[in-house]
Design a protein around this ligand. Structure first.
Ligand SMILES: [Zn+2]
Length: 162
């Protein structure tokens, strides 16, 4: 094994963007779970935001390529579905990037999804207003809901807490 550190691999993975939200990386989204370096191989585990996500294969290939580019031929990318991905794994920096992208970031729930669902308040990513209401709970993808901001008088998407 060369003098490659786990840290370098994480840095390389940070350059891979989420295929659905190109402003955040797969690391910031909490998709990459573990990087395990052994003698001559690297194993990366990832948990997709949604199982059966079409972007899964794309991400897997990009992770493999990124590690290979560091000179490591023996790369395994493993998909781990348990525990399931949670929006709580999104870093604070990534939440801020989502907001700037115009997508209201999900509320942190610490496993208490029911309370979050009852709160049912989304903050408008444009003006910060909480004077919003659900317009349609079936957003463009399974993971997003459409809200309406009564101050901007415009719709926005919120990442559904999961
Ligand atoms: Zn607004």
């Amino acid at each position: 094994m060369t003098n490659l550190s786990t840290k370098k691999i994480w840095q390389a993975l940070e350059s891979i963007k989420d295929p659905e939200i190109p402003v955040v990386s797969v690391v910031e989204m909490g998709i990459v779970r573990e990087v395990i370096v052994t003698d001559d191989s690297v194993r990366v585990t990832m948990t997709p935001t949604f199982s059966g996500c079409p972007a899964l294969e794309v991400m897997r290939r990009e992770i493999e390529t990124a590690v290979r580019q560091l000179g490591i031929a023996n790369v395994t990318v493993e998909t781990v579905l348990h525990p399931p991905w949670s929006t709580d794994w999104i870093t604070d920096e990534a939440s801020e990037k989502l907001r700037q992208f115009g997508l209201a970031p999900p509320q942190k729930h610490g496993g208490d999804l029911i309370s979050v669902a009852f709160l049912d308040v989304a903050e408008c990513p444009r003006c910060g207003s909480k004077n919003t209401s659900i317009k349609n709970s079936f957003g463009p993808t399974l993971c997003r809901m459409i809200y309406y901001c009564h101050d901007c008088q415009d719709a926005f998407e919120q990442f559904k807490p999961l």
